[in-house]
Design a binder for this molecule. Structure first.
Ligand code: HEC
Ligand code: HEC
Length: 243
């Protein structure tokens, strides 16, 4: 018993628990948010959401926020002030377009600063998107294929391309650079099976019956691609799957 007590005391001593002092004031710049996660709860598809994060410099030196950015243009952060003196605060307002989203969605904003301990803080926003307005969703179905705010990333870069280049420009952002899956499922399959090939072609051309996130990409379905381009993507996926 005595040995155990000695053991515990020495453990405490080694870990400093007996003499714990309050955390030392942060030297240098320190980035602190009022919260780093926010849950919008249930929201409708096709609306604009907004959330404001407050950021404070709780350090002892000027904090320089380099940028606040998101990979998808549907999530746009605005940062009014990038230089904060000790004790000073500002806000980061995030505007989020729920067009084409469905079910559980997480969107993130990366905030880069010169805080030596946390050079990148990731702000997360959660939402459960209900596709209640069926008619609106139908109209918005191919927003990434038609809306000026979205086509810059989701379509324009693929114009005139075929095969691998076209896949990387139009599909990689959702299915992963190597088609291993991301927002959309992995597309590495057995393309020797004609049924698989036909199915992949069909969904690429005419979209998913279950999720609005996967619109039809062929011209006759309102998309930007000619039949030969859809063929070339399926050929590329078949080649990729053989590796
Ligand atoms: C700056 C380039 C860019 C722009 C502009 C852009 N997107 Fe995206 N989008 C991406 C990337 C990259 C992804 C891959 C997932 C990610 O990184 O968030 C993506 C993924 C998506 C997804 C998949 C599901 C999800 O939310 O992750 C949807 C839906 C989407 N974008 C809709 C839109 C809509 C609607 C617009 C126009 C309002 C738009 N995007 C504008 C780059 C962009
Ligand atoms: C905005 C994101 C997004 C983009 C861009 C996108 N997809 Fe998809 N894709 C999805 C999602 C999400 C699904 C899942 C649909 C479902 O569950 O019904 C999907 C499903 C598919 C499927 C069916 C897979 C299966 O197992 O059911 C195929 C095939 C496919 N996509 C091919 C493509 C190709 C090829 C491109 C480029 C021309 C592309 N997708 C662009 C999001 C995207």
């Amino acid at each position: 018993m005595k040995r155990l007590t000695v053991f515990i005391i020495s453990l405490c001593f080694l870990s400093g628990c007996a003499f714990k002092s309050p955390p030392a004031p942060a030297n240098g710049p320190r980035i602190t948010f009022n919260h780093e996660e926010f849950d919008f709860g249930h929201v409708d598809e096709g609306i604009e959401l907004e959330h404001v994060f407050t950021v404070t410099n709780t350090g002892t030196e000027t904090l320089q926020i380099e940028k606040a950015h998101s990979t998808c243009g549907c999530t746009v952060p605005t940062l009014p002030k990038s230089k904060l003196e000790p004790g000073e605060s500002t806000t980061i307002t995030v505007k989020l377009d729920t067009a084409m989203k469905q079910d559980q969605v997480t969107k993130t904003v990366d905030v880069d600063s010169d805080d030596p301990d946390r050079p990148k803080v990731i702000l997360s926003m959660y939402m459960d998107v209900a596709n209640r307005h069926k008619a609106l969703a139908e109209r918005d179905k191919a927003k990434i294929l038609s809306d000026a705010k979205c086509i810059g990333c989701h379509v324009s870069q693929g114009v005139g391309l075929f095969g691998e280049e076209l896949y990387k420009a139009d599909c990689g952002m959702c299915h992963g650079e190597d088609a291993q899956g991301k927002v959309g499922p992995c597309l590495i399959r057995d393309y020797n099976d004609p049924a698989v090939r036909k199915y992949i072609w069909e969904v690429t051309a005419n979209g998913s019956k279950h999720r609005i996130t996967m619109p039809g990409f062929i011209e006759s379905a309102g998309g930007p691609l000619a039949k030969e381009q859809v063929d070339s993507i399926v050929d590329y996926l078949a080649k990729l799957s053989k590796k």
